[in-house]
Structures are given as structure tokens and as C-alpha cells.
Design a protein around this ligand. Sequence first.
Ligand code: FAD
Length: 431
Amino acid sequence: MTNNMRRDFSSRDELISYLRKEFPSAAAIDNHIGDIRGGRKAAEFALSQTDPRLYSRTRNTLDGAVTRLSPYIRHGVLNLAEVRDYALQRVEAPKEAESLIRELGFRDYFQRVYQAIGEEIWQDQEDSKTGYPPSAYSSTLPPDIHNASTRMACIDAFSKQLRESGYLHNHARLWLAAYIIHWRHVQWQAGARWFLTHLLDGDPASNNLSWQWVAGTFSSKPYFFNRENLEKYTAGVYCQVCPLKGKCDFEGSYTTLEARLFPQRNQGAEAIPVPKRWTSKEPNSSQHQLHHPIIWIHGNNLSPYQPSLKKYPSAQAVWVWDDDLLRTRKISLKRIVFMYECLLELPVSIRRGPVSVVVNEFANEQDADGIVTCYSNAPRFRQIQQELSQNRPIEALDPKPFIQYKGPLELKRFSHYWRTVETYAFQAATD
Ligand SMILES: Cc1cc2nc3c(=O)[nH]c(=O)nc-3n(C[C@H](O)[C@H](O)[C@H](O)COP(=O)(O)OP(=O)(O)OC[C@H]3O[C@@H](n4cnc5c(N)ncnc54)[C@H](O)[C@@H]3O)c2cc1C
């Protein structure tokens, strides 16, 4: 008798009703299920639809040819190197894939910053440049934003889409975040938590640092927009049906809006970024001679081609739903469904509970001499890794890197990072 969760489902509906029963708290947070299917097969199909040339021409418009690969990349179902390699194959000259490769670089950059600062990702990285003190911002998200009842057609549509599908176009994320922080004076952390509850690609690095970029605590100025900008990149679909058309909060030129949103910005002392220099740390891949290990699969490595399964193809593998994390992060059901679909394509026993305790139980059952996993830069991973290492050696294998560059990196701004790594980012990975 094992504590394994089910793997035998005849349909997606059957899986969903099982997960609704197993994770009632996640379903109570939000009961919607997204259309994006989990798993490597679905990821490969989405990758095959990627057109780097069309992407570079249209990526800023809401109906542009963006890839929707982020949930797969976030969970390691695809890695950045293979997306980049595929993009290079699809074009005649590397330049034609530049726009997409640069965006992949943003993800790599945010991950490196996360590696360097850990839980500090929840703190302002620099002084705000809005002219307002932190006390001017509320710590909770107003209900009309998450209920989609602001009466602004665009904002309500983005809110609904986030909750119902778990995916938002980058531009919609920017507009929604700017509205929440600069028009509604809500702390970026409250918005970031809301996004992490719903996004299928929810990732503290890309998410929190993007929120901070909008807030102006990780950039040289706050990001805001006007109605013209939104109308241009949405083909006017929201403005046409908006009850507030012509009198919404986004009306006006950038100069007018800047004066309205940040009246004290130029009057006080010029906000100075906290002088912080980051250099990247190399992931630690501890090597051990293991003969009969088990594999611990976690949320960053849900690919059948990930290094642990490749190196130890006959080892038994376990996944553990981290109930504590699901509760504290308020992860909604759609993300659980997505991840479960990924797990169903992997040779893994699915369990739940306190992660290190359950992985240890599994290792005892298998009489394992060690645990193999993939390295992750999340502080929680490092904590669990530390707990597991009390009982057995643990080998954390590095995922395939996006760039081969190993020297020091200036991470204060993306532009600094990109200047150093750009050439490497266009080099296809070697096995
Ligand atoms: C407020 C806010 C919150 C965000 N939260 C997240 C998050 O939790 N998880 C997440 O993966 N991304 C996040 N992003 C970044 C970006 O919006 C998404 O990665 C992108 O929209 C995903 O859609 P896509 O796969 O169709 O992207 P595409 O435009 O097709 O890009 C391809 C891939 O490049 C990477 N990428 C693209 N743009 C960015 C970017 N600006 N920053 C980092 N990586 C990028 C992603 O891995 C993406 O899948 C956030 C952006 C903002 C403004």
C-alpha cells in the first residue's frame, strides 16, 4: 500500500474532477481551468508553431504571434537553450530571431538576479522614483480589480483573463501592473502575489522583478501608459465598448499623465538607485558516486529530458506536492492541473506532504544510497536540499544553460547583462 496519487485518467475532465476533490483549497481560491495543456507533447507542439520573424513584427500587439511558451519554460518542460536553438533553425539569418532571443535573455537575466538576491526579491531593489513614500501605497488589492468590476473595459478584461485562463500577454501584464500601482496606489507586492496565484507561468523572478520595473524600484523611472498606447496595441477592442470611453483615467498625453500621476516627482530630491552591484554566482553542482539513487522531481524540471532522468534512467522518481507552498502562495487549481498534466508524462510517483519528509520516505522504501535532482535557484529548493542532505548525499545537476559564458556579470540592469552575453546568446547549445 503506497501513498501515491492517481495516474490513470481516461480524460482531462476526469483528471480535473479528481484534482478538485484532492485540492479543495486551491479550487476555493479559483475554480477555473486554463486551455493551455501541460506536458512535453503540448510544449513541443507550441514550439513548432513559433515563428521568430512574425514574432519580431507583431509581439507587442495583443493578437500578435507571441509563443505562449512561458508555462512550459517556467516548469522546465522546455529550456531556454532549446527554444533559442529552434528559433535559430527557423530563420535564415540569426538577426531575424533577435527579438525572441532577447526576450529569452530577459528570463535568464531575472533568474540570475533571483539567484543572487533570493527572498529579497520581495523587497524594493531601489528607491522608488514616483515621489511618493512607501506609506502612500495600500497593501491590499481592491476587490473591484480582482472581481473585474472597475468598469474599465480593458482592465476588467485583463483581470478576467488572468483569473480564467492563467495567461496574459506581456503588454496586458504591464498595463494592469501600472494601473494597480500608479493609478490605484497599491504596493507592487500585492499585485505580484495576485499574479502568482493565477499565472500558469507564475515565477517569483520574472514576476516580481517585472512588477518592480513597473513600480520604478528596479528601473530608472516608473512605467505608465496612456489610452492611445493601449488602443494602438489592442486595435481599440476595449475602448470601443468601454462605458468610460473618452473620460477614463488613461486619457491624455504622456506629459499630462506624468504630471497627474507623479506631481512630486521632480520637486523632491532626484531618486537615486541604491548603489548595488551584483555578480552572478555559479550554480553548485555537487557530484557524488551514487549507485542506487532515487530522483526527486520538482517544479522547475518537468521535462522527460531533464538531466536526472537522463543520467539515471533506471532510478525511481518521486514528485511531492508541497502543501505548505500551495497554501502560502495561494496557488489556484488551474496551475495544479497544468503541472499534473506534465507529471503524467513522466515516470514518477506522485505524492504530497512536507517535501523533505516524503522524499526521504520514498528513498527509504527504495533503499536508496542518495538523491538526485536538478538545481534550482529558488530559496525553498535550497532549504529542502539542505534538509535532505542530513540523511543521504544529494546530487543537484545543472540544467542546460542558456549561455555558455562563465565570467562575472553585472546584473544591475538588463542592458548591462545583455551587453556582455549577447554574442553567447546566439550560439546554439552543444550537448
Ligand atoms: C507584471 C509582469 C509580470 C510577469 N510575470 C511573469 C511570470 O510570473 N512568469 C513569466 O514567465 N513571465 C512573467 N512576465 C514576463 C512576460 O510577460 C511573460 O514571460 C510573457 O508574456 C509570457 O508569454 P509568452 O510565452 O507568449 O511570451 P513570448 O513573448 O512569446 O516570449 C517567449 C519567452 O521569453 C520569455 N519572456 C518574454 N518576455 C519576457 C519578459 N518581459 N520577462 C521575462 N521573460 C520573458 C518567456 O519565457 C517567454 O515564454 C511578467 C511580465 C510583467 C510585466
